[in-house]
Design a protein around this ligand. Structure first.
Ligand code: GDP
Ligand code: MG
Length: 719
């Protein structure tokens, strides 16, 4: 321990810093100025239990931005002088506002003790504060004191010594909403790599200050590395512009909202009890009283989600049908325009059926994304996370796991890759790994088309209901899997929960449209690039090596035989032969052999070899499942004059029935995450061990589910 131990008193104006300072140091104080600025600097010393302490009374501030001299002085003192412990004086009678500054100390990662002052005043106003849970939720000691009388000060000093002996004070990571979080993910790595100001500030903090347009930090950064700083400022300007056009707010305001949201969520967890209602409720709080109510809240949530599915499926189907017709038209045009041969086969079966299968779902995806944008922009999504926390804790996860789940598709149409990355806000490694292993169970945007296809083909009467059930099933399975992991390979303590609850806003139509379009465009772009590539590759695997010459000759002979005898259903006969030939070709192809090989296992779950091909392709990207099924079932097309949609083809196929569909659905929902997610898991978990684990664990689990569904369903005669 340092002798003397340096402590700094910080806090809002009028929180009682000077009173505490005087109580601690008595008359032994110097008054000077902070170097370079004419702001009073009071320093004093005291001895406690034979330890020397030197105390500095920092200027009172509400924030640590660079808006005033006081704020700059306080912040510079903390980073340059690095006091051994910062004592944050918090006015208990005005907790929410005072904690705003505490929150920023936490983000900066300074060794912190909170002195909860004026508890006498709070008590008189009927406010009682549970310091234990406040301390647990904030992750720092909270000691109630009355600076005026010295009550609690001894305990405060003991705690100061205890904290000074701790070696680590990691900064608390807050979330500031998807746009700012994304900007941070973009700019923090280059700050770390180039060690921009990392001697003085944590990289994420510097990043945040750049987004807040903090002049002091920008000047310092400019001095140290102007090229890099300009790039970071560019990114920051993009963000500002984006926030301006979507929610009409500056990054600073959004960041502040989320800090207050963080505090609000802490205070709402039984930290404050009012013996009499004197505080007026703000609009957001009034809404929250109902919307996050223990009983009504979950019901409202279920109703909203179900409404989202109903609207999506009721209003998007005509567009889906229309797009389907468009792709059929393209197919038949290509069929008549192009000469027979591999090129035609590639364009129809690989490109149009493959990409068309994926693009055909754009209207549904767009409706879904629009609904989610409404929930997100209005601030409701954060409440969903807040409510889900109670459940999450029970399953060994953390409240901060909720966002990764929602991002991965917890409501519908997310992506597990950013979901896995979003687990970075979890501080406990075990909770974090449990979260990133289970988020791929959510119904991501790529699984949606497959779910829609199968539900549309076999349960079309109750589309919205089945989609809703699929979502609920995904959550149940993910939570049970998490519980299982936390009871076995990831056993350990759980940590308390804090989550940002920013105020409600009225979403603007412009903002909603931009958010919807951004995500939809991502989806379309993926269909046009990655999916197109994989589609063509799969087409090749499904086409080559083709039938051996003697087999082709056999089919030719059969055709000649039919043509020779002049009967009425010649045409039908010929088509049947063509179809048999196509199927024989597919069976003989590389993909076909793989699919047939897998049948030895998959038949217990009711999957035929064509489905197996699609499922293997789905490992590259789940979107490919639909397109591959499309290709597999169009190669064996019986009647090209009368093309039917894949939905109809599956519904009529002898091999498919509702039980098979359910079994395939379960498998697709739960088997190995797509390749990109697996790489992200390896990266985030810091080892390939967990990536391989997730592939093996999920696939085995999915197989068991599917076999159970198929066997029981068949036994009950539902097939
Ligand atoms: P500073 O601006 O943070 O330095 O706050 P001061 O130390 O000047 O205190 C502001 C006012 O609060 C003064 O009138 C103090 O007497 C009063 N005060 C400080 N601590 C307490 C306390 O624990 N209880 C009560 N009732 N008053 C306090
Ligand atoms: Mg003072």
């Amino acid at each position: 321990m340092n002798d003397p131990l340096h402590i700094a008193l910080a806090g809002n104006p009028n929180s009682g810093k000077t009173t505490l300072f005087n109580h601690l140091t008595g008359a032994r104080q110097h008054v000077g100025n902070y170097p370079g600025v004419t702001v009073d600097k009071k320093e004093g010393t005291l001895t406690h239990n034979n330890h020397q302490l030197s105390v500095v009374d920092l200027p009172g501030t509400y924030s640590l931005t660079a808006y005033s001299v006081e704020e700059l002085v306080a912040r510079d003192y903390l980073v340059n002088e690095q006091p051994d412990v910062v004592v944050d004086i918090v006015d208990a009678s005005n907790l929410e506002r005072n904690l705003y500054l505490s929150c920023q100390f936490l983000e900066l990662g300074v060794p912190l003790v909170i002195a909860l002052n004026m508890v006498d005043v709070a008590q008189k106003r009927g406010i009682s504060i549970n310091t234990e849970s406040l301390s647990k939720l904030l992750g720092v000691p909270v000691i109630p004191i009355v600076a005026r009388t010295g009550q609690g000060v001894d305990e405060l000093l003991e705690t100061v010594f205890a904290v000074s002996r701790e070696s680590e004070h990691p900064p608390t990571l807050l979330r500031y909403g998807p746009d700012i979080d994304q900007a941070l993910r973009d700019i923090v790595p280059p700050i770390e790599q180039n060690q921009l100001l990392t001697d003085t500030y944590p990289a994420r903090w510097t990043g945040l200050k750049i987004l807040e347009n903090d002049e002091q930090i920008l000047d310092k950064a400019m001095e140290e590395n102007s090229t890099l700083t300009r790039q970071l400022v560019d990114r920051s300007e993009t963000l500002t512009h984006h926030l301006q056009s979507t929610i009409d707010a500056y990054p600073e305001a959004v960041i502040a909202d989320h800090r207050y949201g963080f505090i609000k969520s802490i205070l709402r967890q039984g930290v404050i009890t009012r013996t009499f209602e004197s505080d007026r409720l703000y609009a957001s709080d009034k809404i929250d009283k109902i919307v996050t109510n223990r009983v009504i809240g979950p019901l409202i949530m279920a109703a909203i989600l179900f409404g989202l599915y109903s609207i999506t499926f009721n209003y998007s189907t005509f567009l889906v049908d229309w797009l389907g017709l468009f792709f059929e038209f393209l197919s038949s045009t290509a069929d008549t325009m192009l000469p027979d041969g591999p090129l035609k086969s590639m364009i129809i079966s690989g490109v149009i059926d493959g990409v068309g299968g994926v693009l055909g779902f754009v209207p549904i995806i767009m409706f879904m994304f629009f609904g989610i944008a409404v929930l997100e922009d209005s601030g409701y999504l954060a409440r969903v996370a807040f409510m889900m926390d109670r459940i999450f804790h029970f399953f060994g996860l953390h409240g901060s796991s909720v966002m990764p789940f929602i991002i991965s598709g917890g409501i519908a149409g997310g992506c597990a890759v950013p979901g896995v990355m979003a687990t970075r806000t979890l501080r406990s490694p075990k909770e974090r790994i449990a979260t990133l292993l289970t988020v791929p169970f959510m119904n991501c945007g790529a699984k949606l088309p497959v779910l829609t296809l199968l539900i549309g083909a076999f349960f079309s009467a109750h589309q919205a209901r089945y989609m809703f059930l699929a979502t609920v099933a995904a959550w149940i399975v993910a939570l049970l899997a998490a519980k299982f992991l936390r009871m076995t390979v990831l056993r350990g303590e759980s940590t308390p929960f804090v989550m940002e609850l920013p105020p409600y806003r009225f979403p603007t139509m412009r903002g909603l449209l931009i958010h919807t379009w951004e995500r939809t465009w991502q989806y379309i772009k993926k269909a046009g690039t990655v999916i197109l590539g994989i589609s063509i590759l799969l087409w090749a695997l499904m086409t080559y090596p083709g039938l051996p010459a003697d087999k082709v000759a056999e089919f030719d002979a059969m055709r000649q035989q039919v043509s020779a005898n002049q009967s009425a259903d010649n045409a039908a006969e010929l088509l049947k032969i063509n179809s048999l030939e196509a199927e024989a070709g597919l069976r003989n192809s590389i993909a076909g052999r793989i699919g047939i090989g897998l049948e030895s296992v998959s038949r217990y779950a009711g999957f035929d070899w064509r489905t197996n091909i699609a499922l293997v392709g789905g490992f590259a990207a789940k979107e490919v499942i639909v397109s591959t099924l499309g290709t597999a079932y169009s190669l064996g097309e019986v009647d090209p004059e009368n093309t039917t949609s894949l939905t109809d083809r599956l519904a009529k196929d002898a091999h498919w029935n509702p039980v098979v569909a359910l079994s395939v659905l379960a498998f697709i929902m739960f088997y190995a995450p797509c390749f990109v997610t697996v790489v992200a898991i390896a990266h985030e978990a810091g080892s390939w061990k967990w990536a391989f684990f997730s592939m093996g664990f999920n696939t085995l689990f999915a197989l068991i589910m599917s076999v159970a569904i198929y066997q029981i369903g068949t036994l009950l005669g539902l097939g």
